[in-house]
Design a protein around this ligand. Structure first.
Ligand SMILES: Nc1ncnc2c1ncn2[C@@H]1O[C@H](COP(=O)(O)OP(=O)(O)O)[C@@H](O)[C@H]1O
Ligand SMILES: [Mg+2]
Length: 740
């Protein structure tokens, strides 16, 4: 799976819950990566830990949850360790989640529209500050690297670089100011068109409900549409029409007059009045026509215009928008952009090369000291000293101008510290635990020796597996090393021209986050657009309704729209269709697929029913009793399943044709207060061997993409064929889905 950008990594995640009966071990060491643009399905029976895993990602675990360990890495940050504040920005904004029961995420007594806009207004404010910080620090870093790349200590060149960066900052904000004003006018225009069409339709049907306020709204929107590049040559015409309507309806007059005008249009009773009514209609039609035409106008290149207006002494030339754009683009390129891109490119190359050299140093050091972490007993002082140096070298080797962050390097410091302290605390705690066990056992045996039957039992040893803890430390180091070695091997085989443009786009996006003040009106326009995107008919009418006025499927669409409103990177769907009818179910799946493609989202899709994800998952992780027991591409898991539990899921899934279930999985999942010792599925598995009851199987690698934790994959295990009933099923599935 090389070349795939990892969006999210879950590493060694362990979560339990405190309960009156004991500790529920809900998630027992889970690992997976989520790639950009993929759908990863997490499948398993109820209670296997699917929701707990995703709730941990969202930072919304129940109060009795204990985060025993592990990391959830997103954008170079460990979500397990950042505080509430940081989490707010990521949750909902970058990672959004929808649940099985859409009602649970909607406020029953708030109109749908308000629920959608509220979220946008709040999110908008939070991301502004952060974006400004990012913009400033990235631009500064770029400047530093430009100096290193091209100034070579020359003061004059350094001054030029600083000026370039300052200029970029300056006109970028001018650009946003211009574009913001334009967007507002354009939004008004499109709303005006919508409202006018509505009113004309009502007039036609003789069903006007509230003419004065409807007209008032339209006039306000029409006036708000006047902008040099939205309504230009016909602005006079538009204003004239607005004035005429104002005269007729006398909007500033008392209610009685408005009411009067309303009646004119409603009942075409008296002749004179009728004329006025038709006049209003004519003027509305005129407004409609001007606005509709305006919405087709091309948009000026405000980025380039921002530059021109900031730095050119001349006024804007009098040209058509198309010609103007060509002129402005050329002006920007000649005076600034080509040079800025070139400097950016040099800066990126510099930063990359420096990063490579530092990566090589780090890799060399890792090779030199790795044995320290691989011995039988790890020497404490040596381990701490070496890890400090590792942290220093690895942190230094990060190319901070690389937009696609290497999560492993970014979180190396916190990962390794946690793993080391787990190991040493384990040694200490195991000693105490052994003592306790020995003491209690002795006491117990004394009683038995005296012929008594004690009314208590000695609790089993609760030991930290030190071998595992050591293996974790090594894995953390190896993973960083592997990524570094890959980067070094690639060398400078990157398209730095593309990267330079990407960097500038990144800065532009950050700047636009800063400047993007979400007004109520904009939020509404966006909410309506989103409602359309998720397939809600008549969004205008629906906007004003309450959740109970929606069907289950429509509610789920609304929840998806709300989730999308912050433009997330990752969408987590926790059994989003389980509560819905089968036909609605497939519509929602289709919708999720559609938005995933259009928005390049990464999706985690949770379900207890393998059948649901057969057509939509790129990869599948099968969970059982708090662990991932098999993970692979959809083809791996559906066509060459390896774990007996996956076989059982496959055979219990409703048949593609008949919809009947072949055979239910016998038995029930284990009690997670006392999880079984070996393979948790052993008790229900007719292929279980002795070792399955004794020892947990490791993850065996089947192929580069396919892993499963079952002793059946051990080289010494007896060869067990997949049951025929399942191979038949797979055969039919292959035929149905057109094969691999
Ligand atoms: N707040 C809680 N307190 C105690 N146990 C919990 C809590 N939340 C979940 N669990 C337990 O954790 C295990 C995993 O639950 P969950 O992740 O919801 O399963 P599912 O795979 O069905 O989504 C279950 O045994 C469940 O009972
Ligand atoms: Mg669940």
């Amino acid at each position: 799976m090389e070349n795939k950008e990892v969006k999210l990594s879950v590493k060694n995640l362990v979560i339990s819950f405190r309960t009156a009966n004991g500790k529920v071990q809900a998630v027992r060491n889970i690992n997976f990566d989520l790639y950009k643009g993929e759908t990863l399905a997490i499948v398993g029976e109820s209670g296997s830990g699917k929701s707990v895993t995703t709730r941990a990602i969202m930072g919304i675990l129940a109060a009795n949850a204990i985060k025993e360990g592990g990391e959830i890495v997103y954008d170079g940050q460990d979500l397990m360790k950042i505080g509430e504040d940081g989490f707010h920005k990521i949750r909902g904004d970058k990672i959004a989640m929808i649940f099985q029961d859409p009602l649970s995420s909607l406020n029953p007594i708030m109109r749908i529209g308000k629920q959608m806009t509220e979220a946008m207004l709040i999110n908008g404010k939070l991301s502004q500050k952060e974006a400004r910080k990012d913009f400033n620090s990235t631009l500064k870093l770029l400047n530093v690297n430009m100096d290193a790349a091209i100034a070579g200590g020359d003061k004059q060149i350094a001054e030029q670089n600083a000026r370039k960066c300052r200029d970029f900052d300056k006109f970028e904000y001018k650009h946003l100011e211009l574009e913001g004003a334009y967007d507002r006018a354009k939004n008004n225009a499109s709303e005006c068109l919508y409202e006018t069409d509505n009113l004309l339709f009502e007039i036609e049907k003789n069903a006007v409900t509230d003419l004065p306020s409807e007209v008032k709204e339209i006039l306000k929107l029409a006036e708000g549409s006047v902008h040099k590049y939205v309504i230009n040559s016909r602005a006079g015409e538009l204003m004239a029409a607005i004035e005429k309507i104002k005269q007729y309806v006398k909007l500033s007059l008392p209610e009685a007059a408005l009411d009067f005008a309303c009646r004119i249009v409603g009942k075409k009773s008296r002749k004179v009045m009728e004329m006025k009514g038709s006049d209003i209609r004519d003027q509305l039609t005129a407004i409609r026509e001007i606005i509709a035409e305006a919405l087709e106008y091309p948009m000026p290149n405000f980025f380039a215009m921002g530059y021109y207006l900031t730095f050119s002494e001349e006024p804007l030339p009098d040209l058509s928008v198309e010609e103007l754009n060509v002129f402005l683009r050329k002006y920007l390129d000649d005076n600034f952009m080509l040079d800025f891109i070139a400097s950016t490119k040099s800066a990126l190359i510099k930063s990359h090369e420096e990063g490579l050299a530092n990566k090589q140093t780090a890799v060399d050091y890792i090779n030199e000291v790795m044995h320290i972490f691989e011995g039988d007993m790890l020497k404490r002082s040596e381990v701490y000293k070496t890890s400090r140096k590792l942290i220093q070298l690895i942190t230094k080797a990060i190319d901070r101008l690389e937009i696609h962050k290497d999560n492993y390097a970014y979180t190396f410091a916190s990962s390794i510290k946690a793993a080391i302290s787990l190991y040493y605390n384990g040694i200490r705690r195991n000693r105490i635990e052994e003592k306790r066990f020995a003491k209690q056992t002795a006491a117990y045996e004394r009683k038995v020796a005296k012929g008594k039957t004690p009314d208590w039992k000695v609790a089993g040893k609760n030991l930290v597996d030190l071998d595992n803890a050591k293996a974790d430390i090594c894995a953390i180091i190896s993973k960083v090393k592997e990524n570094f070695v890959n980067e070094i091997a690639k060398g400078d085989a990157h398209d730095f021209d593309a990267k330079a443009v990407e960097m500038i786009d990144y800065l532009k996006a950050k700047a636009s986050d800063v400047a993007y003040k979400v007004t109520r009106r904009m939020a509404k326009a966006r909410a309506l657009k989103l409602m359309e995107e998720v397939g809600i008919p008549e969004p205008k009418r629906r906007y004003k309704q309450y959740p109970f006025e929606f069907s289950g499927g429509m509610r789920q669409r609304i929840v998806i729209a709300i989730a999308l409103s912050a433009n997330p990177d990752i969408l987590i769907c926790d059994e989003p269709t389980t509560a819905l009818d089968v036909t609605i179910q497939s519509q929602i799946l289709e919708l999720i697929n559609k938005v995933k493609k259009e928005r390049q989202l990464s999706v985690i899709f949770i379900t207890h029913d393998l059948g649901v994800v057969a057509n939509m998952a790129d990869r599948v992780a099968v969970m059982y009793a708090g662990k991932i027991v098999e993970i692979g591409t959809a083809e791996d898991v559906f066509y060459t399943p390896a774990h007996p539990y996956t076989w059982a899921l496959l055979s219990s899934m409703p048949d593609l044709d008949t919809k009947e279930k072949l055979e239910a999985i016998p038995g029930t999942p284990p009690n997670m207060i006392y999880p079984p010792k070996g393979d948790a599925f052993a008790e229900r598995n007719k292929y279980a061997m002795e070792i399955d009851f004794e020892e947990q199987p490791p993850m065996f690698k089947i192929s580069d993409t396919h892993y499963a934790a079952t002793w059946l994959l051990h080289p010494d295990a007896p060869k067990i064929e997949i049951p025929k009933i399942i191979t038949d099923r797979i055969e039919r599935m292959k035929n149905k889905m057109g094969g691999v």
